[in-house]
Design a protein around this ligand. Structure first.
Ligand SMILES: CC(C)(COP(=O)(O)OP(=O)(O)OC[C@H]1O[C@@H](n2cnc3c(N)ncnc32)[C@H](O)[C@@H]1OP(=O)(O)O)[C@@H](O)C(=O)NCCC(=O)NCCS
Length: 92
């Protein structure tokens, strides 16, 4: 069975500056172009997907992302050791 994801993007001058990928109610990925960070694009793109997102994982040392998620109502409900390191599991 194929897993279908949904991608949300923020563009500027036809170039993608930020995007989020959602699988069901899980936020699979969120990223903003390095040169464009700290300008509200991350918040804008996740807000597009937010009504459908309930859970996500984030590296425990990713303070920026954790702060963003907490400000949107997510809470840490546990930790999860993945191949890429220790992550928080967050839910709202
Ligand atoms: C995390 C990321 C998506 C944030 O995108 P952004 O466009 O820089 O974020 P915004 O400018 O929209 O800021 C949103 C919130 O993030 C947090 N934040 C952003 N920059 C921050 C910084 N330098 N220090 C602390 N918190 C910060 C704040 O809570 C901020 O809210 P505020 O502006 O009301 O204070 C971006 O840094 C990124 O792409 N990082 C690399 C990929 C990544 O870590 N993705 C998340 C994986 S789970």
């Amino acid at each position: 069975m194929a897993i279908i994801g949904t991608t949300y993007v923020i563009k500027n001058n036809k170039k993608i500056k930020g995007y989020a990928i959602r699988f069901g109610s899980y936020l699979h990925f969120l990223a903003v172009d390095k040169k464009c960070r700290g300008k509200g694009i991350g918040r804008k793109v996740i807000k597009k997907a937010l009504p459908k997102i309930r859970t996500l994982r984030v590296h425990i040392n990713n303070k920026k992302a954790i702060q963003l998620y907490v400000s949107l109502g997510f809470q840490i409900i546990g930790t999860d050791r993945r191949l890429t390191g220790l992550q928080y599991l967050m839910k709202r």
